[in-house]
Design a protein around this ligand. Structure first.
Ligand code: ATP
Length: 180
């Protein structure tokens, strides 16, 4: 198994790109999109499991997650059971928080981390259009400066172009990683 960790600031387009990948590679056994457990209702862009706080805490206690984190008051977890067989050459694609890269690098050999980025003005426009947060929390998110991610193998992807264009490049990237 190979792992691709998808990271990037809120609104960078992780869910949009992964949804596209899910549609495009639906019948392709080379890739597996790992579903997350989240303590907030998923929006229409996401393919996740919703659980409440109590259920999430219980799952944590039972070592159900290979990695879990808290972001903006919500909890996210990657289930051990969601990963493909270690012996297969499947590319497992997992959207995570940048601080959790080490959880996977400690357990698996073939881990690539992909940082999704977007021009800040475009990001602001997209976050406003998405309408999930108010302007104040959008500005707070935009002001957060992130230090470079420490990853064994780091790749970068610019999602500033419209989805019709960047989506195609993203699918090509996944295709080449699946072939490795
Ligand atoms: N390439 C793109 N072109 C135009 N709009 C885009 C593009 N990528 C994403 N968007 C839009 O930007 C908004 C944010 O995208 P999305 O929700 O996928 O980001 P995210 O990285 O998953 O955010 P979060 O981490 O907060 O869940 C959405 O409304 C989405 O439709």
């Amino acid at each position: 198994m190979k792992i691709l960790l998808v990271t990037g600031p809120s609104g960078a387009g992780k869910d949009s790109l992964l949804r596209l990948a899910g549609q495009y590679f639906r019948k392709d056994s080379r890739l597996c999109l790992v579903k997350r457990y989240i303590t907030r209702q998923p929006d229409s862009n996401e393919q996740n499991y919703f659980v409440d706080h109590a259920a999430f805490t219980l799952l944590c206690k039972n070592n159900f997650f290979i990695s879990h984190w808290n972001a903006h008051g919500n909890f996210y977890g990657i289930p051990r059971t969601g990963l493909p067989d270690k012996k297969e050459n499947t590319l497992a694609i997992i959207s995570i928080s940048r601080q959790n890269v080490g959880d996977f690098e400690r357990c698996f050999e073939r881990v690539t981390t992909l940082g999704i980025k977007v021009d800040p003005d475009i990001l602001r426009r997209r976050l406003r259009a998405r309408g999930r947060e108010d302007d104040k929390s959008i500005e707070k998110r935009l002001q957060r400066t992130a230090s470079p991610i420490k990853a064994r193998r780091m790749l970068h992807f610019d999602n500033s172009a419209e989805l019709a264009c960047s989506g195609k490049q993203f699918l090509d990237l996944l295709d080449s990683l699946a072939e490795e």
